[in-house]
Design a binder for this molecule. Structure first.
Ligand code: TXA
Ligand code: MG
Length: 339
C-alpha cells in the first residue's frame, strides 16, 4: 500500500472523511499525539487499526466525538461527573471511561462493556468528526510499543505502507496522550495521567480523584487491570533507558563513571554542556509542559543517533510531570536508579 502525506486543508480533510465513511483508516493530528482513525461503529474498519499497529487485541480504543449530541450515541448513560468535567475540559485532552453504548462496535472496546470517550480540541480532528458525522476511534499512530508520534514525519516512519493517508496538521500541542479517567465508580480514578491533572479535576468536582497505582508502578502478576494498555511495554526506543533519580551532581557523577561508546543522556535544557557524553535534551527542568511536549520526539531522536544506553534525568512526579514520569518509566521498562 502506498502511504501519502497531505497537509491539512479542505481537500485532504474531505478525503479523510471519505476514507472513514468507507470503512478505511487514516492518520490524523490531535492536540495530544497523532492518531489512527476509523469509524467507531464499524468493527471491520476497527480491525484494520489493530493490524496496522500490531496492537494486542485486548487493548481498547478511545472514541473521539465533536459535540455533546454525539456523546449520547456512544455511551449508555452519562455519569454526573462527566457533565462537570466536559464543561471544564472539553474539547481537550481528557478521556472519560463510561458505560458503552450499543452502537459502538465491540472491537472498538476490545469486548469491554465500557468505552473511553474524548472530544479533541485540535481543529483538524474536530472537522473530520463533524463533517463525516461519525465518531472515530483512534489509538496513537505508532507501531505498538514505540513512542507515540507528535508530528507527521514520525507517523510516516512507523506507518509507511500500513495506511493510505496521513493528514499533516503540524506539531501536536501537548505531546503526551490524553488523561484517562474512569467514571465507573463513586470516585473518579485516573488510569493514565496526562495534561489535565488530578488537581485540575478535583478543583471542579469538589471530590477526591484517585490515582491508579499502576501509573508509577506498572502492573504486577495477578493484579486486576483497570486499563489494559497499562500492562504492555510502551514508548520504548531501541536503547536501554535508565531513569537516574537524584540531583544533577549525583546524576553527573553516575554518568561519569559509566561513560562508554553508545552511552547517551536524556537531560534538561542547559545540562548537556556539563555532561561527558552526547545528550538529547527534553525541556527546562522546571517546565513539565515542555518536557511533555518534547519527550516522545527526544526518544525517537535517540534511536536515530543509535543510542545503546540512555541515562535519563527524572521529571517531577506531580502535575503534568506525573504524565511525563509515567511515559518515561515505561520507556525505561521500570529501571530506576536512585542516586
Ligand atoms: O490522546 C490520546 O488519547 C490519543 C489520541 C490519538 O487521541 N490516543 C491514545 O490512544 O492515546 P491509545 O490507544 O494509544 O491509548 C488508549 C488508552 C489505553 O491505555 C487503553 O487501555 C485505555 O486508553 N482505554 C481505552 N478504553 C478503555 C476502557 N474502556 N477502559 C479502560 N481503559 C481504556
Ligand atoms: Mg498508544
Amino acid at each position: 500500500m502506498k502511504t501519502i502525506v497531505k497537509k491539512a486543508d479542505e481537500e485532504s480533510i474531505n478525503e479523510a472523511c471519505r476514507l472513514i465513511k468507507n470503512g478505511d483508516i487514516v492518520a490524523v493530528p490531535t492536540e495530544t499525539v497523532y492518531g489512527i482513525a476509523a469509524n467507531a461503529f464499524d468493527g471491520e474498519a476497527i480491525k484494520k487499526i489493530f493490524t496496522a499497529k500490531g496492537r494486542p487485541q485486548d487493548n481498547p480504543l478511545i472514541v473521539h466525538i465533536s459535540d455533546m449530541d454525539m456523546l449520547k450515541d456512544v455511551v449508555k448513560s452519562v455519569p454526573n461527573d462527566a457533565y462537570t468535567l466536559a464543561e471544564a475540559f472539553w474539547p481537550g485532552p481528557l478521556t472519560m471511561i463510561m458505560p458503552k453504548g450499543d452502537k459502538v462496535a465491540k472491537e472498538t472496546c476490545a469486548g469491554l462493556d465500557s468505552v473511553g470517550v474524548r472530544m479533541p480540541s485540535n481543529p483538524v480532528a474536530h472537522e473530520i468528526i463533524a463533517r463525516s458525522g461519525l465518531p472515530f476511534a483512534a489509538p496513537s499512530a505508532n507501531i505498538s510499543g514505540r513512542p507515540s508520534p507528535t508530528n507527521a514525519a514520525d507517523v510516516f516512519f512507523d506507518m509507511d505502507g500500513r495506511l493510505p493517508l496521513i493528514i499533516d496538521g503540524g506539531e501536536c500541542f501537548a505531546g503526551v496522550e490524553s488523561t484517562v479517567v474512569s467514571l465507573l465508580g463513586e470516585n473518579p480514578i485516573i488510569l493514565r495521567p496526562g495534561y489535565i491533572t488530578k488537581e485540575d479535576m478535583q478543583s471542579v468536582l469538589n471530590k477526591e480523584v484517585l490515582l491508579s497505582a499502576a501509573i508509577t508502578e506498572g502492573v504486577k502478576e495477578g493484579d486486576k487491570v483497570l486499563s489494559p494498555g497499562m500492562k504492555y511495554k510502551h514508548y520504548a526506543p531501541n536503547a536501554q533507558v535508565y531513569i537516574v533519580d537524584g540531583d544533577f551532581d549525583a546524576f553527573k557523577a553516575y554518568v561519569c563513571a559509566k561513560k562508554d561508546s553508545g552511552v547517551f543522556c536524556l537531560c534538561f535544557d542547559g545540562e548537556e554542556k556539563d555532561l561527558p557524553v552526547e545528550c538529547v535534551t527534553y525541556g527546562k527542568k522546571e517546565r513539565a509542559d515542555e518536557q511533555a511536549h518534547n519527550l516522545f520526539t527526544a526518544l525517537r531522536r535517540l534511536d536515530e543517533k543509535k543510542a545503546a544506553v540512555v541515562y535519563a534525568r527524572c521529571p517531577e512526579k506531580t502535575g503534568i510531570g506525573l504524565a511525563v514520569y509515567n511515559r518515561l518509566i515505561r520507556a525505561a521498562a521500570f529501571r530506576v536508579i536512585k542516586v
